[in-house]
Design a binder for this molecule. Structure first.
Ligand code: KMT
Length: 226
């Protein structure tokens, strides 16, 4: 494997790492609008799976980080310098996508003060004005995103998953029933974690998302097939 000490031309490039094949994407399914326990799987009955292609159509990107077990990450580091990445695949993603900031957090009752309040806050439906990038280095949890029909899709992320959500997508996060996720949060530029809770139809990031990912659906609903 090339390392960062090798000449520029020999460094791993993004092209060496296209998104992972569909079979490696996280499990995802439709869930009801109302749930009693946010940490339960909350599948519909019968289960309605959501494919990798459907997730990509919502703007989600995904890479499986096969070598996650070969590297140690602190339980908490705010910030964590992405230049310290040793994993060549993480280096390549960082360089290709311009991830210049990172931190590492552990969402678990013993590691996050006010755990109960925090996971309730993470579960409020919101958008961000930037891409959301999460690399799961331990544990697991659920990212819920709204699909084109405004239904919730639950994506079960686990150790080794690096997933991005596009700017402006309505989403939320919760731990699963294990109540433990160890995640690197990456960012392009200065991090802004501000959640803008729904409704945000006039927010520029929401408008951008709607234009990029929902416009064709709206045309279809209007009966315009051109
Ligand atoms: C988020 O975006 O809600 C979080 O950062 C939650 C923890 S990261 C898995």
């Amino acid at each position: 494997m090339p390392t960062t000490t090798e000449p520029e031309s020999k460094k791993l490039k993004m092209d060496d790492y296209p998104m992972s094949p569909d079979t490696e994407w996280p499990d995802a399914w439709l869930m009801p609008d109302q749930v009693e326990d946010q940490c339960a799987p909350n599948r519909l009955e019968p289960n309605v799976p959501v494919s990798a292609e459907q997730m990509r159509d919502l703007g989600i990107c995904y890479w499986k980080m096969e070598d996650v077990d070969n590297y140690d990450y602190p339980i908490k580091a705010i910030p964590w310098d992405p230049k310290d990445a040793k994993d060549p695949k993480l280096q390549a993603l960082r360089d290709a996508r311009g991830y210049s900031y990172a931190d590492i957090i552990t969402v678990h009752p013993d590691h996050l003060p006010d755990f109960d309040l925090k996971i309730k806050a993470f579960f409020e439906e919101h958008i961000h004005d930037a891409e959301e990038i999460r690399y799961i280095v331990g544990g697991s949890g659920y990212f819920d995103v709204r699909n084109k029909e405004d239904k919730w899709v639950r994506v079960h992320v686990k150790k080794g998953d690096l997933m991005t959500l596009p700017e402006g997508i309505y989403h939320r996060f919760t731990c699963d029933e294990d109540h433990m996720i160890h995640a690197m949060r990456l960012f392009i530029g200065q991090p802004v974690w501000t959640p803008f809770n729904r409704p945000q139809e006039d927010h520029p990031s929401r408008k951008k998302y709607a234009e990029l990912f929902l416009a064709n659906e709206e045309k279809k609903e209007d009966g315009d097939t051109n």
